[in-house]
Ligand binder design. Structure first.
Ligand code: SF4
Length: 395
């Protein structure tokens, strides 16, 4: 452990080519009704072999990082906070033996509030975890219960206090608006409670009814009602207004941060920084090729244990890379850099982009700043799906 602590704590400030590592932890204690992420309930029998398989996969695929030190490390899920502490430690130390963590600046672990006990929190600083992202979703206990969350609003508050007591001062919380039964007033109260907790980062997503989830079936059977579109829009406007007033920067459509606390790991996805995804269902990108691991826990373990990488790969075409540049760029406050777009994709793509963008500038959906960056306006964000589709190459 001392070697690991020293390595991870040498938070390098030199600028290098960045690389991120994402590790998927596909275990949950129960299934939330709206969720279609890949996860299983088989923690007890599978977690040990899974952690070893992830470390083995890192050894097999480390060359994909091109020798670059890892700048951000992110354990997502599923529910990483469900991993027993001994396995969490084994995972981090095992990965540190294989990958270069000397340059890690941000190490995030996702957690559910009911797992964030004083003991769990105390285990984080020795592993050099410096950021925790918590799925709070709402501060309304009846709604939390209805969507199958295991925690209460009070547990979410206690979790934040527990994290602060061990010195974790970079906390992100996730919220969802448009949940069945939610009103504009109750959502506003949830946003206010989130602000009162003063987390450094807040992610807020509109609920989507994913095909085949329990919630989707409940809607099909008429057991839950969708929140009307106009109410969802009002919820989003309230969110943006309240968080701005509280000093949060709206730096991506669904993400808000106090100054200096943008998620570096997620920003690297939007900046097209290479990242290596380890574990079942994880995705990777090296700037040219996308790789994806199977959504199959046993299959992933078996393939890796046979000494082979489990990923399938697909080289992105010119127009797929262009579309991704436009889509990801417009989601961020920084927007799409027109000069870079022309340099990377040529005049034909640039003409298509600027012609379509001009229509949306006239309509008030896009703003062109003095540095030549095209950004969605607040109205454009509300129409983001259709605006982005217009600017993409394919439709
Ligand atoms: S929302 Fe999170 S905790 Fe709930 S089932 Fe999905 S991955 Fe698991």
């Amino acid at each position: 452990m001392p070697k690991l602590m020293q390595m991870l704590r040498e938070m390098s400030t030199f600028a290098s080519i960045m690389a991120g590592v994402y590790v998927h932890i596909p275990f949950c204690a129960s299934r939330c009704s709206y969720c279609d992420f890949f996860s299983t309930l088989s923690l007890h029998e599978a977690a040990g072999p899974y952690v070893e398989a992830v470390i083995a996969e890192a050894r097999l695929r480390r060359d994909e990082l091109g020798g670059e030190p890892v700048k951000t490390l992110y354990l997502g899920g599923g529910t990483p906070s469900q991993l027993p502490l001994s396995l969490l430690e084994r995972l981090v130390t095992g990965l540190a033996d294989v990958l270069d963590f000397c340059g890690v600046e941000e190490f995030t672990v996702e957690a559910n509030p009911d797992d964030v006990t004083p003991d769990w929190c105390a285990s984080l600083p020795p592993l050099a975890v410096n950021r925790v992202s918590m799925g709070v979703q709402s501060f309304e206990d009846d709604i939390l219960c209805a969507i199958g969350r295991r925690h209460t609003a009070r547990q979410a508050v206690e979790a934040v206090l527990n994290l602060r007591s061990v010195g974790i001062d970079n906390i992100s919380i996730d919220l969802i608006y448009g949940l069945p039964g939610q009103t504009l007033a109750s959502w506003t109260q949830s946003v206010n409670q989130a602000i009162d907790l003063h987390p450094q980062h807040i992610s807020a997503y509109g609920l989507t009814y994913e095909d085949g989830t329990r919630l989707w079936w409940q809607r099909e059977r008429g057991e839950v009602q969708e929140v009307p579109e106009d109410v969802c829009v009002a919820m989003y406007r309230t969110l943006v207004k309240r968080l701005r007033e509280a000093g949060y920067e709206h730096y991506e459509i669904s993400n808000f941060a106090l100054p200096g606390y943008h998620s570096r790991h997620n920003s690297s996805y939007w900046d097209e920084t290479p990242y290596l995804g380890l574990g079942a269902a994880a995705h990777s990108y090296d700037g040219r090729v996308r790789r994806s691991n199977p959504c199959d826990l046993r299959g992933f373990i078996d393939i890796v244990n046979a000494g082979k990488p489990a990923c399938e790969q697909e080289e992105m075409s010119w127009w797929e890379r262009y579309d991704e540049r436009v889509m990801l760029g417009l989601r961020t406050a920084r927007g799409v850099d027109a000069d870079r777009l022309q340099a990377d994709f040529g005049s034909q793509a640039w003409r298509h982009f600027t012609r379509e963008a001009a229509r949306h500038i006239s309509a008030g959906n896009i703003h062109l700043d003095s540095d030549g960056h095209y950004q969605l306006t607040e109205e454009g964000i509300l129409l983001s799906d259709s605006v982005i589709r217009d600017l993409m190459w394919s439709d």
